[in-house]
Design a protein around this ligand. Sequence first.
Ligand code: NAD
Length: 336
Amino acid sequence: MKYNDIDFNNKTILITGAAGFIGSNLAFYFQENFPDANVIALDCFRSGQTFSNGNLKSFGHFKNLIGFKGTVISGDINDTDLLKRLAIQYSFDYIFHQAAISDTTVNEQDLMIKTNVNAYEELLKIAINHNANMVYASSGATYGDASSPQTVGNEAPSNVYGFSKLMMDNISYSYINKNPNISIVGLRYFNVYGPREFYKNKTASTVVQFGHQILKGNAPKLFEGSDKILRDFIYIEDVIQANIKACAPKKSGVYNVGTGKARSFQAIADTLQKELGTNFQTEYIPNPYIGQYQFHTEANMKETKKNLDFEARFELEDGIKAYIPEIKRLFNDEVK
Ligand SMILES: NC(=O)c1ccc[n+]([C@@H]2O[C@H](COP(=O)([O-])OP(=O)(O)OC[C@H]3O[C@@H](n4cnc5c(N)ncnc54)[C@H](O)[C@@H]3O)[C@@H](O)[C@H]2O)c1
């Protein structure tokens, strides 16, 4: 599906974090819609190393790129020599920067800031030198527990991950102010779900996790008070739509990417049960993340609609319905 008139054929496109959830979906979007685009997929890929929270340091997985025909590079965005080599070897037209420590529960502040903030600035310098559009992943986590609807300019990050994304946005503003002719767009994704998130393990959305609990024949396990924990859940296809619309001329800025609607985790479990034809009683477990947890997110979408002409096409129920066949395939191939 094409979202605007931009022709990405014969363009050189760098996707960082391309073996991850959103990056790999972008890679296939270009392959399917612009077969003559030259897509360079950079990711550090998983090694088995873990952070102190026990989760993998990288969720990049080759299986997310099976069928991809472009160039795959395994490398670390913190490696300045690698970035220099890439900047010499290629002339980028677009950079879609998705690589990051995406796990909001990581406590290693040093590596979080280095990877998410400092490496971003190095990539931004390459974009500016190449006169490439930079579209990068910011996050709804910049808002922390700020009141709904969350609006750009009113941030209150409650973990180092959210802080790192806010610092990326601040860097972007300072470059945009110095050079209004360059195109830098930050997209504050809210809670994204959909195909190719499975390899994020415990940090994958509750949609796929509840889906697999139900397919195993178990009741979905929700945090206590889940009817009162509301989030803005956005389907991956809408996130791709936002990335493409961010490439139109003169769009520099930071924008929310959500549906503009707050939905409960209970609604996810109920919709999945409806789609999968089950009727289990929900189980409730204590929430271990209290203090670091967002209880009500709902993106203010006014500016995104006005400036990027973006509106989510998928309501929660539509996204879950579209995702069900892949949830079942994963269950049969990877979980059972
Ligand atoms: N999925 C969401 O709900 C969501 C919400 C808000 C923001 N985001 C942001 O969107 C982007 C993509 O997220 P995702 O859900 O696809 O996560 P993901 O973890 O699946 O993808 C991130 C990728 O970056 C790679 N990476 C990490 N550190 C790297 C490094 N030093 N060098 C090279 N590659 C590295 C990982 O291997 C991984 O494949 C991230 O920046 C994330 O913070 C995601």
